[in-house]
Design a protein around this ligand. Sequence first.
Ligand code: MN
Length: 197
Amino acid sequence: MGRLKGYEAKRELKKTPEPKAKIPAPSKKQGLRFVVQKHDASHLHYDFRLELHGVLLSWAVPKGPSLNPADKRLAIMVEDHPFAYRNFEGVIPEGNYGAGTVMVWDEGTYSVPDAKSKKEAESLMDHGLKKGHIFVQLEGEKLKGGFNLVKMERPGQKNTWLLIKKNDEEASTKDVTKRAKSAKTGRTLKQIEKEES
Ligand code: MN
């Protein structure tokens, strides 16, 4: 269905506990959601997701986010995910796309500077996506403050972006990925794997 065609095409949704491809009715409530999932698939990575128009824009970040403005973290844009995916913590069974353990590493809301409503924030996001430069203010448990997503203009690499912390009060040289427990359940990847398989 629409924006989630790519998501559906990659999965046999009867064989994985991941959410169905459903787009919820739009909510006027303030506070666009973000989530970062730690995903122990064939290669450990972090999935950075921003709510937009009822789906989650998604980037795979191999090294994970950094609070250090000097770090430019490679972020590969992947297929939009269902809004419900933000709550998914569990194990994708062997033989399925992305097989491995998923943790809700961080979650919260994001805002777009100068947007006075959710609608305005979403239209600024649409514009940023087209332009190849998104700036969001995160209010999570681990990630806070401004983050830039900048699209690389390289032929043949149309999904390549960089995730870069803004130099603000929340910037830090501490390695935030050392904080390795779920923001939702406090569990480690090992515990999730054990309890959800
Ligand atoms: Mn992933």
